[in-house]
Design a protein around this ligand. Sequence first.
Ligand SMILES: C[S@@+](CC[C@H](N)C(=O)[O-])C[C@H]1O[C@@H](n2cnc3c(N)ncnc32)[C@H](O)[C@@H]1O
Length: 279
Amino acid sequence: MAGFSQEWLALREPADQAARNPGVLAAVGAYFAEKPSLSVLDLGSGTGSNLRAAHAALPDRQHWTLIDHDAALLAAARQRLMGWADEAREQGEELVLAKGGKTITVDTRRVDLDKDLEWVLGWQPDLVTAAALFDLASKRWLERFVAALASQHLPLYSVLTCDGREEWLPAHPADAGIAAAFADHQRGDKGFGPATGPDACELMAEAFRKSGFAVSTGDSSWVLDERHPELRAALAEGTAGAVGETGRIEPAALGEWLAARRTAQSARIGHQDLWARPV
Ligand SMILES: C[S@@+](CC[C@H](N)C(=O)[O-])C[C@H]1O[C@@H](n2cnc3c(N)ncnc32)[C@H](O)[C@@H]1O
């Protein structure tokens, strides 16, 4: 089962916020513009970065339920959100936050989304959302997910799903082999059965269209240049670690690639955002 550290999520949060597709977010905001309040279910919330990035586009009163199977990340989410808000208090289990003119209440729930997906969707939120989650899921789970949303007429706002495009500059002779081995690793089991990895975006868009949803997508690739040395290095190390596990690249060649990538000029890592609403 995949584990994500608080340090990694904190390191990627500014790049995620910068990369999030503004057109897709604006479309989600426009859809709910007439609603005075909104309930949101954030799947695989980690430490709550999706809430911090999306709240400003949504109605003035929001209730977020953050779902994750990792109790430590949910505890960190509560702390981060309390520090991030302009004003914050705890009311029983719930956080009550004020931020930029919005009032946001927050619950955290520890749930394994492979086991208890339908139960969670049964809470009937106005909006289901997730950031950097769906490439971890299997084809079977994604189809089950889309079917559950369709049966309850629930819209989905998904951001930052990896789409497999990677471009490092300057180019390195091992890039293609490393990218292929990394894609193989991404298709391993991340807790939902064999992961779709780079195929998740197209598969979801197709499944939503077949279920009669209106679908729009937008690019949310990371562009990591000299402003992101730590994230670039961590990404290169994570990629090399994953590729090492596949055994497909000689350790010496992998070490040489990693040394070059730690000092690369830039990296462009492909992601897609998606907005699917029942029509
Ligand atoms: C790449 S992280 C993204 C976290 C957060 N959405 C963000 O953008 O910072 C994926 C998240 O999904 C959670 N996750 C993975 N598998 C899960 C499962 N089966 N049930 C619930 N959460 C899961 C992880 O714990 C992690 O927080």
